[in-house]
Design a protein around this ligand. Structure first.
Ligand code: SDX
Length: 387
């Protein structure tokens, strides 16, 4: 009831908020979105339905889902000024920097007209962000590849629209593959929310000051970028490429156990899960299926499987309850879907936008909400005279 959590490393944290959106049991490897187990949502739901569930607390009826999808289509477009902004970045600028800037640009566009006391305007801002982040992501990818800016095909469903806008040729050609659409939809479901992780807590901290939702989500994007958080999916691929082959797995595990090496197994460990990350289980299983469907042979998958086996049998990792997390296998699937490594964390942000805006909305109607103000243990000088 006090909301006091003591982690096994002795670190004690007080609950930063109350929330009814997502529940995690780190010891049992349980993850529920609005009470529904992630495994069942992965198996039976769609990302748009999950986004609706996270925002509204209940699954949509068929009519509500249709209306929500129509809203997302109607809000998918962005101004020409966004293309100018994205175009102003170097071709090799990191996509997460461009995404944060693009969402900050949306905060400038909508700030003056946004009345945060109006529930419908708050909801509309949430829908806009879920609708526009895929468009921004596609435009950022195209900028990096030197492809012309384009517009979303609003006759398509949410994920197909994103894929087509991202990968269509300059003359608008792209063959949608239903297996690819399904795989991406599932990855977005698995990344949609995760309680008070660093980036969601950032969105809430910024939102608690009364900053608008676009500015709050732009801050969440920058928090997610770090390799200890969402940036881990990009770091995992780089790590697997550095390990190179299954023969080098043993030495990689040894290196990760040597603290002086500064090397950690990216995609392993978690602040809360001290058991299997249920999302990693689903993604691990789907990785082999997706690569099989696409006829992709990726030697890095063998390296990842061997690395997981070696770590899970090693006392160092077992003693510290280090298991694969959501980022361990996701990059292998993104790679098979021809998504470049530097875009992996943007993919994480695309799914997580649904969670970020849900937490922002929940916070705005929390009667107990106060401005976030973490405290510290002071370890500096006693008072002294400035002579
Ligand atoms: C995400 O919070 C969320 O929910 C996040 C997320 C979400 O959906 O939003 O789930 C997404 O960010 C997943 C995490 C992705 N990050 C990585 O995969 C980076 C690699 N992982 C580690 O950096 C680490 O495990 C963290 C950052 C995830 C957790 O770090 P902590 O809290 O510092 O880990 P810990 O204190 O529990 O570590 C306990 C011990 C330490 O050794 P000792 O000092 O006890 O001897 O385990 C060691 C750590 O050095 N350790 C690792 C390790 N992770 C922890 N050793 C080697 N490899 C690792 N990956």
């Amino acid at each position: 009831e006090t909301g006091l959590f003591t982690y096994d490393s002795g670190y004690t944290a007080t609950a930063s908020c109350k929330s009814a959106i997502t529940y995690i049991d780190g010891d049992k490897g349980v993850l529920l979105y609005r009470g529904y187990p992630i495994e069942q949502l992965a198996d039976k739901s769609s990302f748009v339905e999950v986004a609706y569930l996270l925002i509204n607390g209940e699954r949509p009826s068929a009519e509500q889902l249709k209306a929500f999808e129509a809203e997302l289509s109607a809000e998918a477009g962005v101004d020409e000024s966004i293309n100018t902004l994205i175009g102003s970045f170097a071709k090799d600028a990191h996509p997460m920097a461009i995404l944060a800037a693009s969402i900050a640009q949306l905060s400038a566009k909508y700030h003056a007209s946004l009345d945060l006391d109006d529930a419908e305007q708050r909801r509309q801002a949430a829908v806009r962000l879920i609708a526009k982040v895929p468009t921004l992501s596609a435009l950022i990818y195209r900028h990096g590849k030197g492809l012309p800016a384009n517009t979303p095909d609003t006759s398509l469903d949410y994920v197909s629209r994103f894929l087509k806008q991202t990968f269509e040729s300059a003359d608008g050609k792209y063959d949608l593959n239903k297996d690819v659409v399904k795989a991406l939809d599932l990855l977005f479901i698995l990344h949609a929310d995760h309680e008070q992780n660093a980036s969601t807590s950032t969105v809430r901290l910024v939102g608690s000051t009364g900053a608008n939702p676009y500015a709050s989500v732009a801050a969440g994007v920058t928090a997610l970028w770090g390799p200890a958080h969402g940036g881990a999916n990009e770091a995992v691929l780089k790590m697997l490429e550095e390990i190179g082959s299954a023969d080098n797995v043993e030495s990689a595990v040894l290196k990760a156990k040597d603290k002086t090496s500064g090397f950690r197994l990216m995609g392993f460990g978690h602040r809360v899960y001290k058991n299997f990350d249920p999302r990693a289980k689903v993604i691990g299983e789907m990785t082999k299926q997706v690569l099989g469907q696409l006829g992709v042979q990726d030697p890095l998958l063998d390296v990842a499987i061997k690395l997981e086996q070696a770590a899970l049998q090693d006392d160092y990792f077992v003693a510290r309850k280090l298991y694969p997390n959501v980022d361990f296998y996701s990059g292998i699937i993104y790679k098979a879907l021809n998504i470049p490594t530097e875009m992996f964390t943007v993919m994480f942000a695309l799914g997580r936008t649904a969670g970020w805006v849900s937490h922002w909305l929940e916070q705005q109607v929390d009667p107990e909400m106060k401005i976030g103000r973490p405290r510290q243990v002071y370890t500096g000088h006693d008072v002294r005279d400035y002579k």
